[in-house]
Design a protein around this ligand. Sequence first.
Ligand code: FES
Ligand code: FES
Length: 163
Amino acid sequence: MSSKKIIELKINGENYETVVSGSETLLTVLRDYLDLTGTKRGCNQGVCGACTVIKDDVPVRSCLTIAGFCNSSEVTTVEGLAIDRRLSNLQNAFSENGAVQCGFCISGMLITIKVLLDKVPNPTIDEVREAISGNLCRCSGYKKIIDATLEASRSLNSEELAQ
Ligand code: FES
Ligand code: FES
């Protein structure tokens, strides 16, 4: 696929239209075309999970997702977790538990954990570990990330988590 193509996306509830070409990725569209820079470009080869977003209800690595195949998709990025400029309860749990160090992995972590908690509102510690096993934190802050996730799951019901 080398020719240019117009795609329409619904991102965090807003409609966008953009032109993509060739093997451009969803990550490039988000960060470089639409200025949604909360999604991070880490390894850019599908290993670290920093670029994770939700596409049509499924977490995907946006650095491996060809934008030209995303026409009409619904996408949620970390910018979509806050409502009316207020952090979501999961984000607050991260903040209160000191789960954010350099922060580079955090948007991907939050998206991955949101998907987990939407499906499993009260996960075990092993379920949390397994869910984030594909998200690398170079600061090795896994314990606090897991603590924050478990605290959020204890204090919130599934409806609040869907924010
Ligand atoms: S930037 Fe996509 S997996 Fe690392
Ligand atoms: S907080 Fe630095 S990479 Fe995770």
